[in-house]
Design a protein around this ligand. Structure first.
Ligand code: SD4
Length: 354
């Protein structure tokens, strides 16, 4: 789809989404848990928020999130707006539109969004929809559930007015057809910072294999929210769900403590409920940095040789705005936006040298 077409689609989608919220707002008193969830989710945000997100391509996403806060958005509005940037980017081959498909040629998306007041929405194996994060938000705000998957998630997206979009771009289809010749599947560490867009080496954020954005936002009072979205591992088995949409694996946020998000080979995070572990360590007094290190070391001691060459990265922020990041292999980067809106990209320290 041409860029203009994508933009039009996104505008339509946003309108449909906002229309849904507006009609709910008219329902009045005596309603429904989903509407109460919406009220809770609207807390926090505004200017002077801090934002962190995974990988170099987190920088423009953070900027979008910060701008949404400046224009009066809540923390949930901010993290949604932020991760929508890579979701809509056809050059990012593993988040949203343009993501690499599964083995059977279907692009399937996983996403979760979470506030610190018990609000959670997630989707997995969602198809034909650009903004998985907005569908996850709709699950949180307009259903009594926390997680919809597969055909049900896709049908819910249609019912909520999210337009049907073919996510498989010609570039992604070509990569899949090339892969079919060998069908060699091996996750490659740090593919996220390799090439960005076919034939455009050297720009950050590309993914030949897998990549994800996880984002955490904290307002001046210490309230927090987070989002995580991905198309998961390229050429994965049909039906495979990674860590990203699972609360406690791809993302966890706890009021009064902080939040954490993960990236890398999802199976290694789900085995250990990695982000719930990071936040639990923070609750018990570890700094965000020490908590990320503890979780990565736990994976290493549990898995031994099985994680040779495997990347996992954790990124955490506490309610005081302290940030920590740690990974198994060198190469995991993350973007930090301070309360003035300045963004920098940092390299996380690693457990192993290579
Ligand atoms: C997954 N954790 O589906 C995701 C992929 C990822 O950076 O984060 N890549 O396993």
């Amino acid at each position: 789809m041409a860029r203009e077409g994508m933009e039009q689609t996104m505008q339509d989608e946003r309108r449909a989404f906002l229309g849904g919220i507006a009609s709910l707002a008219g329902i009045g008193a005596g309603v429904a848990a989903p509407v109460r969830a919406l009220a809770k989710a609207a807390m926090g945000g505004g200017s002077n928020a801090m934002i962190v997100s995974t990988w170099d391509f987190g920088a423009p996403a953070n900027d979008a999130a910060f701008a949404r806060g400046r224009s009066g958005g809540s923390l949930i509005d901010m993290v949604e707006a932020g991760v929508m940037v890579p979701e809509a980017d056809p050059n990012n081959h593993s988040v949203g539109y343009g993501g690499y498909p599964d083995r059977d040629g279907h692009v399937t998306l996983d996403a979760v969004i979470m506030d610190d007041a018990g609000g959670v929405g997630a989707v997995a194996a969602l198809e034909d929809t650009v903004h998985a994060i907005s569908v996850a938000r709709a699950v949180m705000e307009h259903t009594p559930h926390t997680f919809l998957v597969g055909e049900g998630a896709t049908r819910f997206a249609r019912d909520r007015g999210f337009p049907r979009v073919n996510l498989l771009t010609p570039e992604a289809e070509k990569a899949w057809r090339d892969w079919l010749k060998t069908q060699n599947y091996k996750p490659v560490a740090n593919s996220e910072t390799g090439t960005y867009g076919a034939g455009r080496p050297g720009t950050p954020g590309g993914a030949l294999d897998h990549d994800t954005i996880g984002m955490l936002a904290r307002d001046a009072s210490g309230r927090m929210a987070g989002a995580c979205t991905t198309s998961g591992m390229a050429f994965k088995m049909r039906g495979r769900v990674g860590d990203s949409p699972q609360v406690g694996s791809g993302l966890y946020v706890e009021r009064g403590v902080g939040g954490a998000t993960s990236t890398g080979l999802g199976e290694e995070v789900t085995r250990t409920v990695g982000t719930a572990r990071v936040v639990a360590s923070m609750r018990h007094g570890l700094s965000p940095q020490a908590a990320c290190e503890e979780a990565a070391k736990h994976i290493a001691s549990l898995r031994g040789d099985a994680i040779k060459g495997v990347q996992v990265g954790f990124l955490a922020m506490d309610t005081a705005g302290r940030v920590g990041a740690f990974c198994l292999l060198p190469g995991f980067t993350y973007a930090v936006t301070d309360a003035t809106g300045r963004t920098r990209v940092e390299k996380a320290p690693s457990l192993f040298r290579a």
